[in-house]
Design a protein around this ligand. Sequence first.
Ligand code: AMP
Length: 281
Amino acid sequence: MITALTIADVKKYVNEWKKNGESIGLVPTMGYLHEGHASLIKRAREENDRVIVSDFVNPTQFGPNEDLDSYPRDFEADKSLCESIGADLIFHPTPEEMYGESHFTKVHVDTLTEGLCGAVRPVHFDGVCTVVTKLFHIAEADRAYFGQKDAQQLAVVKRMVHDLNYNIEIIGCPIIREEDGLAKSSRNTYLSPEERKAAVILSASLRDAGAMIDSGEKDLGKITALITEKIKTEPLARIDYVSAVDFTRLKPKKTLDGDETLIAIAVYIGKVRLIDNIIVR
Ligand code: AMP
């Protein structure tokens, strides 16, 4: 597996591969890879001739009071994981390499970025869309793989690709969970043992909602109320949002219908903000 630290280095290999008519799958990550990331890399491996994993803690998607400095990093472990799955190249640039001394351009997706996580993370999605655009261009990828874990990000990136006619296919992949249901996340390492136990309330509340839906309930007011009540039973949990929206435009919905509905939650467990969701089809 190739380790590339510069954009020029990635382009050198990409040019070669493109000349040979090989397809390229890209998995954008912030590193500290776990089985959630691994599932995306495996899928990319199955569907493309070449697989590029980017491993970059992107500073522009963190707000001033967020966890940029403390975000966990372990590049050696990331390299081993990517190599074991058979990725061709891992791209690990510095912020200076990605943004140079100055950077005047950003990509903004309207409306879809205002609610859910966008409400408390106002600069986040501009940072995501900008870095992802740069990575798409650097990797000249045919396909890019994103987890449903970050459902708003997936919807926003799909919208950006649609609106700006990017020549890339966006593939959404299912959420990988711990045995007790907690969605795997690099940020789970911030939880104390007591908080880790409490964090199971997110997936448990969504599981209850799933059961309610399976039994025929279509009123999203009742479904989100059930989730809220369940989360409130956990003393360490504080709700940021419990929302039901349509998965294309992220507009609030009242009733389950034939369209995909995203039921998304963000909950603080102590100081750690965790997200989870289900999509009802
Ligand atoms: P991150 O490194 O957190 O920016 O995540 C990189 C990619 O991995 C994103 O597309 C995430 O949605 C995806 N991802 C993170 N956690 C999971 C998970 N538990 N299951 C599936 N995909 C995930």
